[in-house]
Design a protein around this ligand. Structure first.
Ligand SMILES: Nc1ncnc2c1ncn2[C@@H]1O[C@H](COP(=O)(O)OP(=O)(O)OP(=O)(O)O)[C@@H](O)[C@H]1O
Ligand SMILES: [Mg+2]
Length: 257
């Protein structure tokens, strides 16, 4: 059975997409069949694995709003075992179009249910919002991974996110778990970075992943080549740290081969 993990934080620019792309690529490198679902109208995850969102025919939007079979929208990538269900700018409209639909919170779940067993992992890259698409993603997921940037105001909004997760757990998805909190863009030289690590670890204890994602230029430049860091520079600190995250998640879930 495939595990569905949403990568969510309504705070912008904390490393959601970078984590989604590189975690997926690392799981694929370890030969776990992985689907990256781009649940953000910005479509950064789609372009990050080499697709121009303007040229995408069918996206997650058509799956959710028109009920098109997700299988027919999935595209392969240059990386073995890695597939993408792309996004499209139209997804902005989906928020509005879905408002009056019945069972509007479960459209993503319905779209992903038939393909759940085709993959070992399905990872959803959410947008920086707690809107309907993100609610859909969390309702469809087994767990949520929360990236937190090692920066000032890192914890801002985290309470609201955890509260939203609680509401979803009580009303829409009783089996939703927190996969973990991932500290991103860590810079060992900065006292602030270390303070955030300390503060988050004290507060959230074993919810925090042991793997820290460093600030690394290869992670920020690889999307411009349309590829994950592991394909751009497999020996970079960034690529290695996401591989370690993948291994930590596999171990936590007793899924090592
Ligand atoms: N570990 C890192 N090292 C260096 N740069 C990083 C790292 N993680 C993310 N970045 C850069 O920071 C910026 C924001 O990252 P990213 O797009 O992954 O965040 P996001 O949470 O998905 O943003 P949004 O909320 O807009 O969807 C990007 O330019 C990205 O390349
Ligand atoms: Mg993003």
């Amino acid at each position: 059975m495939g595990k569905i993990i949403s990568i969510a934080n309504q705070k912008g620019g904390v490393g959601k997409t970078t984590s989604a792309i590189n975690l997926c690529a690392s799981l694929a490198a370890l030969e776990y069949k992985t689907l990256l679902v781009d649940a953000d109208p910005q479509a950064n995850a789609s372009s990050g694995v080499g697709y121009n969102p303007r040229e995408v025919q069918n996206s997650i939007y058509e799956c959710m709003v028109d009920g098109i079979d997700a299988r027919s929208c999935i595209l392969d990538t240059d990386i073995n075992y890695l597939y993408i269900l792309p996004s499209h700018i139209d997804l902005v409209g989906a928020e509005i179009e879905m408002v009056n639909l019945e069972q509007r919170e479960t459209k993503m779940k319905l779209a992903l249910q038939p393909i759940k067993n085709d993959f070992d992992f399905i990872i959803l890259d959410c947008s920086p919002s707690l809107g309907l698409i993100t609610i859909n993603a969390l309702t469809a997921s087994d767990s949520v991974l929360i990236p937190v940037q090692c920066e000032y105001f890192a914890l801002e909004g985290l309470g609201k996110l955890l509260n939203t997760i609680k509401i979803i757990q009580s009303r829409l998805n009783t089996s939703l778990e927190i996969e973990g909190i991932l500290l991103t863009m860590y810079d060992a030289r900065l006292r602030l970075s270390n303070q955030v690590v300390e503060e988050v670890s004290t507060h959230f204890k074993n919810l925090v992943f042991e793997t820290l994602i460093p600030r690394n230029i290869k992670l920020s430049e690889s999307p411009s080549f349309g590829m994950p860091a592991i394909a751009h520079d497999a020996d970079s600190k960034g690529a290695i740290s996401y591989l370690n995250l993948a291994k930590e998640i596999l171990a936590k879930n007793n899924l090592e081969k």
